[in-house]
Design a binder for this molecule. Structure first.
Ligand code: GAL
Length: 437
C-alpha cells in the first residue's frame, strides 16, 4: 500500500492542487470513514493539549502565539501547552519527536508535512485518522481534494492542513540590486548567477546568504526544479528517477557556483539569520520558503521598497510546495483535547489569522485574500494559475520520506565541504536506489 501511495505522491506534479479542477478519483476522504471524533463540547473537552512544532522563535512563533490566544478563547476548558522545539524545518524537533513517539510518549498533536513525511507516521501507526474532523470542517468543499489526497491512505485522512508554503523563492534587497545595476528579473538560473556576479562586482562581499544544511538543500532543489521542469523533477522520486542525468549534474554545477557567492555557514545555522542578511542589506539574495515574508515584516521592511521576491526562474513557473498539517497521535493522552485543537486549526478564523502572520496561503478555499499581504496575494494567484507547475519540496517532507531526506541532507552537507559533484551524484543515486518505490 505504502509503496503505491509514495509512488503516486512522487510523480504527481499537482497541477490542480488549488482545487480549481480536481481530476483524481481514488482514495480521498471516504464518506464512510470510521474514526469517531468526540462530540464537540462547548468550551472544549478539558485537559491539557500539548502542541509540538518547531515554531519556537521569531516570526514563526508569532503565528503559533496567535493560535494559542485564539484557542484559549474558543476552548477555555482546554489547557494549551506549547511544546515547540527550536530549529527551522524541524532540524532538531524531528529527532525529539521520533524518540517521543518511539517511547510511547506522544504529544497532544504534532506538526507534520503533507506528503511523504506524513506517510512515514501513518506507516509506523503513529497517527490516527481524523476523517470525522475533516468532514465536520467541510471536507472537499473547503479543502482542495488533491491536498487531502496527500493526507490520505486507504480512504482515511490522517491530519488537518493549516498552511501552504512555497519553498523556491528568491528574496532580494532592492537597494543592493539597484546599486549593482540590476533592473529586471532573470529568466533562468544562469541569468541569476550572472546577477550574483554583478552584485559581487558592485562591491558586496556576500551577494547570497545561506544558512545550515537544510537551507542548502532547499536552494539546490529550487535550482533543480527550475532546470528540470516539473515532470522531470517529480520523476526523480519515482523508480524511474535519474539522479545522474545531465540536468541534475548541470544543476549541481550551478548550485556550486551559487555557493561561491555565499557566506560561510555551519550545519545548524538557522534560516532567520540568512533572511535577515537580506533585510539588513548585508546580502543581496536569499533563497528561502515564504515564511521569510513574516521575517521581513517583523523587521519593519516593506515589500517592493526594501525587498522583493521572485520564484527561482527556469523553464516553467514552478511552485515548490509544502504544507504543514496537525495530527492526532496514536495513544495520545487526551484525544478529546487534540480533536478540539484540530477542529480549531482547520477553522476559517484560525487559518485566516495564522496564515496572514506566517506568510503562507490558507489551505481552505473559502478564505478571501482580503487583508493578506501583497506578496501573499501574488503567491495565491500563482498557486491557482494554470501556468504554474506545482511540485513537492525535498527539504520539507513533501517529496521524500524522512529517511531519504535525511540522507540527501547528509550528502548536501558533505558537498558543502568537498564540492565534489561526482560524490554528490553518487550519493543521490544511492539514496534513490534505496528508497524509491
Ligand atoms: C518548514 C515548515 C514551515 C517553516 C519552515 C522553517 O519545514 O513547514 O512552516 O516552519 O520549516 O522553519
Amino acid at each position: 500500500m505504502r509503496g503505491k501511495k509514495l509512488a503516486a505522491l512522487a510523480t504527481a506534479s499537482l497541477l490542480v492542487l488549488s482545487g480549481a479542477a480536481c481530476g483524481s478519483t481514488t482514495e480521498s476522504g471516504s464518506a464512510d470513514a470510521t474514526t469517531p471524533a468526540s462530540t464537540p463540547k462547548a468550551g472544549g473537552a478539558g485537559g491539557t493539549v500539548g502542541v509540538f512544532t518547531w515554531w519556537a522563535d521569531g516570526s514563526e512563533k508569532k503565528g503559533l502565539d496567535a493560535l494559542e490566544v485564539m484557542f484559549k478563547k474558543q476552548y477555555p476548558n482546554d489547557t494549551f501547552q506549547n511544546l515547540a522545539v527550536a530549529g527551522g524545518s524541524g532540524s532538531n524537533a524531528k529527532a525529539k519527536l521520533a524518540s517521543d513517539l518511539k517511547n510511547g510518549n506522544p504529544p497532544g498533536s504534532f506538526q507534520g508535512h503533507a506528503g511523504a513525511e506524513l506517510m512515514d507516521y501513518i506507516d509506523a501507526d503513529q497517527v490516527e485518522p481524523v476523517d470525522d474532523i475533516i468532514k465536520e470542517l467541510g471536507g472537499e468543499s473547503v479543502f482542495p481534494k488533491t491536498l487531502l489526497d496527500k493526507l490520505t491512505v486507504d480512504g482515511h485522512i490522517y491530519s488537518v492542513p493549516v498552511d501552504i508554503h512555497r519553498a523556491n523563492v528568491v528574496w532580494s534587497n532592492t537597494a543592493l540590486l539597484k546599486k549593482a545595476g540590476i533592473t529586471s528579473t532573470p529568466t533562468d538560473v544562469a541569468g541569476w548567477l550572472a546577477d550574483l556576479q554583478k552584485v559581487k562586482d558592485s562591491g558586496v562581499a556576500t551577494p547570497l546568504s545561506i544558512g545550515g544544511t537544510w537551507t542548502q538543500t532547499e536552494l539546490f532543489e529550487s535550482i533543480l526544479a527550475s532546470n528540470l521542469g516539473a515532470d522531470e523533477y517529480s520523476k526523480l522520486f519515482s523508480k524511474d528517477g535519474k539522479w545522474d542525468s545531465d540536468g541534475v549534474k548541470q544543476s549541481i554545477e550551478q548550485y556550486k557556483k551559487a555557493l561561491t557567492f555565499a557566506n560561510t555557514a555551519s550545519d545548524g545555522d538557522d534560516w532567520p539569520n540568512a533572511t535577515d542578511m537580506v533585510a539588513d542589506g548585508k546580502a543581496a539574495y536569499n533563497v528561502m520558503g515564504d515564511w521569510a515574508v513574516a521575517q521581513f515584516e517583523m523587521k519593519g521592511k516593506t515589500y517592493k521598497t526594501d525587498w522583493d521576491a521572485f520564484a527561482m526562474p527556469g523553464k516553467e513557473n514552478i511552485f515548490d510546495f509544502l504544507a504543514d498539517s496537525f495530527t492526532l497521535p496514536a495513544g495520545t493522552k487526551n484525544p478529546g483535547g487534540t480533536q478540539d485543537w484540530l477542529r480549531f486549526v482547520g477553522s476559517k478564523d484560525a487559518q485566516t489569522t495564522f496564515n496572514k502572520l506566517k506568510g503562507s496561503i490558507p489551505p481552505r478555499t473559502d478564505i478571501s485574500s482580503d487583508g493578506f499581504s501583497a506578496y501573499q496575494r501574488s503567491a495565491m494567484k500563482d498557486f491557482k494559475s494554470s501556468d504554474t507547475k506545482i511540485v513537492s519540496s525535498i527539504a520539507h517532507g513533501a517529496a521524500v520520506p524522512l529517511a531519504w531526506s535525511s540522507e540527501i541532507n547528509t550528502a548536501m552537507s558533505k558537498f558543502y565541504q568537498d564540492k565534489n559533484t561526482d560524490n554528490l551524484v553518487s550519493a543521490l543515486v544511492a539514496s534513490h536506489d534505496k528508497y524509491a518505490q
